[in-house]
Ligand binder design. Structure first.
Ligand code: G6P
Length: 628
């Protein structure tokens, strides 16, 4: 996830572009840059770090002109550095890009075999060279060259292109990454998102997938990538700048919950090889030889990441049949754990900076273990300290309570387990195909679950006055139960505990009475019957059941029906006629946690919001914890 912005008009564009990028910093902020037609051709200025560094670079090296493009980066290919910062230049062409080019390895090889010397590790520079090549081969119009170049590209992109040969225009194109056009008076804009241009115009055109546009100061010409002209009316946007930054959602957390289908798509992109029922090794950060040799997988993580790591542990055991264990980062430091050379330590961390996880990584490395980082931040401290990295592509997460990073970690860890299972021969083609196919379908199924937000809000309303809540799940739904409880306590300050459903009888059952809501994660999987029995035990003690189950499960629904007429308990919990059941679509067991966690995230969100807590910045918590 990165932010792009473009301007063509009569005004000096650099300040407009930088201000636009500032509004897009939520999309990434590891480096930034501008390309502007200065009259001497296209000139670029780039800087590593936050936008203030670009500001400083522009003071030293001002860019003056009325046509330009800008970019704020969140690295996916290549570490954050000036060489990897956008815009990327080839010949007279400069390109900014948001997205992931799936066939970048092949395209890079092809370009190099034609004698092209690439200056960066990015997939974007390849696009710049393809456009430059097309121009040299006689595509005189920039738009034609862009069209030809994109014919070779597979993947997700929103790009903006300028060329020294076309001083008064910007060409943009889009496939699977967002791009909006802003229509002004003698000026036009392009951007990844509306906040970047809202200060200048409220007249917006959304570009669709497979479309491109040529922008000049007075015209916007839209066409398909195949060349068919399109007319589209603009829409008037009446959001406030603050609303726009949150995409119209009330909080970043809610926006990020709804971004999960996209985050999973981006995390899977270019990595799932469905025809061969496999995962692309180059993207996993672990060699085939090592995957075969590993004798134990040792997961290390903190907080939400420890919950995804727990699911990862189950999958590695089930699919790759490797003994696996999970340790909380701080405990690795406290104990003096024994690592052996054939241990694979998998350090899971959305920020890549958590001190306890980093210390565990260093200890494991010192003991001779091989370390694989699973993180959302390219070149972060944990990625650097590790031997390899498997990156989630969730984009920056702003809400302190992690949501899209969690499910992206689940997707990455499931791919890791499949990759290892394939290398070790424990997972055959049919088995791998079944799980990968299910994983591929998750984003669409997530959208179905997220559409049930209002039902979940209604349940949240009912339980607002509760002081405690129990969350139960078995197998890979146990980490989901833990995560549901963590989300609730983090943002609503309601005391919540997650338990393995089988452990209920060893303690928590003593707490169950009519004032104890119990959330049970009970999709149809191989643990279903046992978890169902636990629900019956809760009901027998008059606990208030809230179930997450599979669509069409009438048994769970019937069980959750309260026999009693609506009444108030001492804490004001209303046992109503309608059962508190949230469903997920039918899915393979392995991918169910990516779906069952969504209702729990939304339940926590609505309970917190209805209580009026600070959802995005809950008290006492920090997004990145770099202290012991
Ligand atoms: C903090 C955050 C959590 C996160 C945990 C681990 O506590 O508030 O959301 O799960 O750190 O962070 P990491 O970046 O290592 O995943």
């Amino acid at each position: 996830m990165c932010g792009i912005v473009g301007y063509v008009g009569q005004k000096d564009c650099a300040p407009i572009l930088v201000e636009g990028l500032r509004r897009l910093e939520y999309r990434g902020y590891d480096s930034a840059g501008l390309a502007v037609h200065t009259g001497r051709g296209v000139e670029i200025v780039r800087a590593v770090g936050k936008l203030s560094n670009l500001d400083a670079a522009l003071k030293k090296n001002p860019l003056s002109g009325t046509t330009g493009i800008g970019h704020t980066r969140w690295a996916t290919h290549g570490r954050p550095s000036e060489a990897n910062a956008h815009p990327h230049v080839a010949g007279h062409v400069a390109v900014v890009h948001n997205g992931i080019i799936e066939n970048h390895v092949q395209l890079r090889r092809d370009l190099e075999s034609r004698g092209v010397k690439l200056q960066s590790d990015t997939d974007t520079e390849i696009v710049a060279h393809l456009i430059d090549e097309a121009m040299r081969q006689g595509r005189t119009r920039l738009s034609e060259a862009v069209r030809t170049a994109l014919g070779h590209v597979r993947g997700a992109y929103a790009i903006a292109v300028v060329s020294g040969d076309a001083p008064d225009e910007i060409v943009v194109a889009k496939q699977d990454s967002p791009l909006v056009l802003g229509i002004g008076e003698n000026e036009n804009f392009a951007a990844s998102d509306i906040p970047a241009i809202l200060a200048h115009t409220r007249d917006i055109i959304l570009l669709h997938d497979g479309e491109m546009a040529v922008l000049t100061a007075s015209h916007v010409e839209i066409s398909t990538l195949e060349g068919t002209r399109i007319t589209r009316e603009h829409k008037r946007i009446d959001w406030s700048p603050m609303q726009a930054e949150k995409g119209g959602y009330k909080h970043f957390m809610l926006k990020e919950i709804h971004e999960q289908p996209r985050a999973i798509e981006d995390t899977l992109r270019g990595r799932v090889d469905l025809p061969n029922a496999d995962v692309v090794g180059a993207e996993i950060g672990l060699s085939a030889e090592l995957a075969q040799r590993v004798s134990r997988v040792y997961f290390v993580a903190c907080g939400t990441s420890a919950h995804s790591a727990m699911a990862g542990r189950y999958w590695v055991e089930q699919l790759a049949r490797i003994p696996s264990t999970l340790e909380i980062g701080s405990e690795v430091r406290t104990r003096d754990p024994v690592f052996v050379p054939n241990d694979l330590v998998v350090a899971v961390s959305q920020s890549g900076e958590t001190l306890d996880t980093l210390a565990a990584v260093k200890a494991a490395k010192a003991a001779g273990a091989h370390v694989l980082a699973v993180t959302n931040v390219v070149d972060s401290a944990i990625a650097r300290a590790s031997d390899g990295a498997l990156y989630t592509h969730a984009g920056p997460e702003i809400g302190v309570a992690s949501t899209k990073c969690f499910t992206s970690q689940l997707a990455a860890l499931l791919m890791l387990a499949i990759y290892m299972g394939r290398r070790r021969g424990t997972l055959d083609t049919d088995g791998a195909h079944r799980v990968l196919d299910a994983l591929w379908r998750v984003p669409a199924q997530m959208r179905e679950v997220l559409a049930r937000g209002e039902d979940i809000k209604a349940i949240a309303k009912k339980y607002l006055r509760t002081r405690d809540m129990l969350f139960l799940g078995r197998g890979t739904e146990f980490p989901v139960a833990l995560e549901g409880a963590l989300k609730l306590k983090e943002i609503s300050y309601i005391h919540a505990e997650g338990y393995a459903a089988g452990e209920m009888k060893h303690g928590p059952i003593a707490l169950i009475d009519e004032d104890m809501p119990v959330v049970v994660v009970c999709p149809r999987d191989n643990q279903y019957d046992k978890t169902f029995s636990n629900m019956e035990e809760v009901k027998a003690r008059e606990g208030q059941l809230i179930a997450v189950c599979t669509e069409g499960d009438e048994d769970v629904r019937a069980l959750c029906f309260s026999d009693a007429a609506p009444r108030s308990s001492t804490r004001g919990i209303l046992s109503a006629a309608e059962p508190d059941v949230i469903t997920i679509p039918e899915a393979a067991n392995e991918v169910q946690p990516l779906l069952t966690v969504l209702p729990l995230q939304l339940l926590a969100y609505y309970m917190a919001d209805l209580k009026g807590t600070d959802v995005d910045q809950p008290r006492n918590l920090a997004k990145t914890v770099t202290v012991e």
